[in-house]
Each structure stands twice: as structure tokens, then as C-alpha cells.
Design a binder for this molecule. Structure first.
Ligand code: PMP
Length: 406
């Protein structure tokens, strides 16, 4: 055993206790989104039942309570990621919005012809397309760190790639293959070359110990729904130096200090980047998720996830014709695979018949799929509530599907 009481954890997730196609549900699509514990459902329910009001504006009791809960949620997230200051935490809809915020602000004031932005070949589309748009708008050039055969980044030419780079944006962990990147090494190299750094932490948030100070990046983007929290809430963690320096992005209420018909002045951080009524319930739900998650034994959790990853890797490799895509030594609990001669779509449809939820397709990483010469993969991604039974069910389901389709 790994020391983690998985049965106890599973009881906190009512959604897991169901049959799918007459079979026990094995939910292994956690890289797409995680399930939510009761603590989150209850926090959101409690907020709407008792405290619902708009934040920051009202002096009435409900408005004060809503504001207090919403701002406490910010403090909770700041503490969870080890931010230096609560003003570093900007609420967004998720990772995608956080990256777009930085990309568009950079396009406006920081990038121009002759400048470059560096990403990697292994990014989620949300860490590619915003930079393409930013480069198109500013005249800057987009470059990427190439992907090696095993699904790690080929850093042999990093220093040359960093020449003239204003900002480097890479994921801490790949959603498509599970590869964990050497974040601090990348950050140090980029800073030495004078570039700012954004780290996409969407997949890293609950599979590593988050510490933005240890990473030392200028920006970190994350999504609540991949960390046992609600959809539609996430954050950009940015240094106050950078957030002060950048011009606002969205305009509207909340983000201003004064408005005349001619001009406006900006609110202090982090509100300068938070136009409009925010996702109050989402922030409160995310704080509840973090509170719930932080109470787990993290060393035991990471061990448990590696046990699941190892079991899945070993078991799947026994299947004839099955090829794992991404074989890095340092991986989050994600297995991505194809079976020669079988379309991933057909494979996933049959796997679903066994009650196993996996993802199939390009995983919003078409350049990665292109590099490996496959249209897509089947991806099983684990979370704290997954058990060895889930993994056995996955392996058996894949075996059956492979036999039928071959
Ligand atoms: N980056 C990575 C590595 C991801 O896994 C995801 C979600 N699949 C995103 C970015 C985008 O996150 P969201 O859709 O929550 O904005």
C-alpha cells in the first residue's frame, strides 16, 4: 500500500459511486477535469443559499459576507501556491484566460518586430495560439523548444533559442504525455537571457507541490477544475513588478479607480486585471477544494500516483501492438498510447463499454501528435481517488478492445 486511504478519499466523491454501461465507473480522465469532493459542492451550495451578493460594492451584510469569503479564497490560493503577496493572485476563468491576459498585454507594450517569444513543441493549444496571435499583432517571432523522442524537451540549443526572447512560456507538466519539465532550470536559463517566464501549471497544480517562489517564474497560470475545484475559475499568479508594469487588459467595473467620460485610472493590484463581476462561487469552491486537498498526506499521494502510473505502464505494455507515447522518467500520472493498426477513436469507444472513462484524440496538442506521427492517442490520467482496481479495469478493457479491433 502507498499509505493513502483511497477508500476514504473516494467516499468524498459521490460522482464516482455509479455504474456506467452496467459496469463500475473507472474515471481516468482527470487531465481533462477532476471530480469535485463534497466539500466543494457544499461550499458552493452554502454560498448561494446564504451569502450570495455582489462583491466589493455593497455595504450591506450579505455583500460584506460575500466579499469576505471571496477575498479569503484569494488568500487561500495565495498560501497554497506560496505566493509572496495576495496582490499577485489575479482570478481568471482558468489557464487559458490567464495565458491570453499575459499574451495580449505583452503584445500591447512589450513585444515588437525583432523580439521573440519562446514556447515548446509540447504545449497545449492554449499555450500556443495566444502567442501566435500576440506575435501576429506585434510583429514578434514565435519559436519553440523541440520535443525529443521520449517526450522530454530537447534543451541542447536552449541558449541559442533564448536569444532576443522577451518571454518564454512553457508548461510545468504536459497534459498530452505527462512529462514533467525542469521548471527551475528553464526559468533560470530564460532569466539569464533577459526573458520573462510564464509557467502553465494546469497539470502541475495537484501532482506536484506548488511553490511559485521556488519556480521563480514571472507568471504562473492554473485552472481550478483540474485541482478538484469548479470549472470557470482559475488564476494568474504574477509578480507585482510585472502586474504593475503591464497595462490593463479587459476594461469595466472593478478594475478602475476613477472614470470620467474622457479617461480612467486603474484600481490597485490585483483588481486592475479583474474587470466585471467575478466568479464568486467559483473562487469559494476552489478555496474549498484547496482546503480539502491540502489536508491529504502529500508524500503518500505522490507515491500513490506513481504506483498507479507504474501499474498502468506495466500492464498496458503487455498488450500486443500497444505503443506508449511519452516515456520520460519524470512523469505525472498520465499514460498516452496507441495500438498499431487501430484508430484511437474506436479503441476509446470500446473502452467506454467497460465503464472506463479515458480521453482520446489530440488532447489540444496537435503539434505533439504531429511530432509522433499519430492522429491522436488514448490517454488515461489519474487522480488521488483512483485505485489499482481502476487501473486493472483499464488494462482489461484495453485488452478486450484491442482483441476485437485487431
Ligand atoms: N494547459 C494545459 C497543460 C492543460 O492541460 C490545459 C487543460 N487541458 C490547459 C492549459 C487549458 O486549461 P483550461 O481549459 O482550464 O483553460
Amino acid at each position: 500500500g502507498s499509505g493513502l486511504d483511497v477508500e476514504q478519499i473516494r467516499r468524498d466523491f459521490p460522482v464516482l459511486d455509479q455504474q456506467v454501461r452496467g459496469r463500475r465507473l473507472a474515471y481516468l480522465d482527470n487531465a481533462a477535469t477532476t471530480q469535485k469532493p463534497l466539500a466543494v459542492l457544499e461550499a458552493v451550495d452554502h454560498y448561494y443559499r446564504h451569502d450570495n451578493a455582489n462583491v466589493h460594492r455593497g455595504l450591506h451584510t450579505l455583500a460584506e459576507r460575500a466579499t469576505e469569503r471571496y477575498e479569503s479564497a484569494r488568500d487561500r490560493l495565495a498560501r497554497f501556491v506560496n505566493a509572496r503577496d495576495r496582490r499577485e493572485v489575479v482570478w481568471t476563468r482558468g489557464t487559458t484566460e490567464a495565458i491570453n491576459l499575459v499574451a495580449q498585454c505583452f503584445a500591447q507594450t512589450e513585444l515588437g518586430p525583432g523580439d521573440a517569444v519562446l514556447i515548446s513543441e509540447l504545449e497545449h493549444h492554449s499555450n500556443i495560439v495566444p502567442w501566435q496571435l500576440a506575435c501576429q499583432r506585434s510583429g514578434a517571432t514565435l519559436r519553440w523548444i523541440p520535443l525529443a523522442e521520449d517526450g522530454t524537451l530537447d534543451l541542447s540549443d536552449l541558449d541559442a533559442l533564448l536569444e532576443g526572447v522577451k518571454l518564454m512560456s512553457v508548461a510545468a507538466c504536459s497534459n498530452a504525455l505527462g512529462t514533467i519539465h525542469p521548471v527551475r532550470q528553464l526559468v533560470d536559463a530564460a532569466h539569464a537571457a533577459g526573458a520573462a517566464v510564464l509557467i502553465d501549471a494546469a497539470q502541475a497544480t495537484v501532482h506536484q507541490r506548488m511553490d511559485v517562489q521556488a519556480w521563480n517564474a514571472d507568471f504562473v497560470a492554473l485552472s481550478g477544475h483540474k485541482a478538484y475545484g469548479p470549472t470557470g475559475i482559475g488564476a494568474l499568479i504574477g509578480t507585482t513588478e510585472w502586474l504593475d508594469r503591464l497595462a490593463p487588459w479587459h476594461g469595466g467595473g472593478e478594475m478602475i479607480e476613477t472614470v470620467t467620460l474622457e479617461a480612467s485610472t486603474w484600481n490597485e493590484l490585483p483588481y486592475k486585471f479583474e474587470a466585471g463581476t467575478p466568479n464568486i462561487a467559483g473562487a469559494i469552491g476552489l478555496a474549498a477544494a484547496i482546503e480539502w486537498f491540502d489536508a491529504l498526506d502529500h508524500a503518500a499521494l505522490l507515491t500513490h500516483e506513481q504506483v498507479l502510473l507504474h501499474a498502468a505502464t506495466e500492464g498496458l505494455q503487455q498488450i500486443q501492438g500497444l505503443r506508449l507515447i511519452g516515456t520520460a522518467a519524470d512523469k505525472a500520472p498520465i499514460v498516452s498510447f496507441v495500438i498499431d493498426g487501430v484508430h484511437p477513436q474506436d479503441l476509446a469507444t470500446l473502452i467506454d463499454q467497460s465503464g472506463v472513462a479515458v480521453r482520446t484524440g489530440h488532447h489540444c496538442a496537435m503539434p505533439t501528435m504531429a511530432k509522433f506521427g499519430v492522429p491522436g492517442t488514448v490517454r488515461a490520467s489519474m487522480a488521488c481517488y483512483n485505485s489499482l482496481e481502476d487501473i486493472q479495469q483499464l488494462i482489461a478493457a484495453t485488452e478486450i478492445a484491442a482483441e476485437i479491433l485487431r
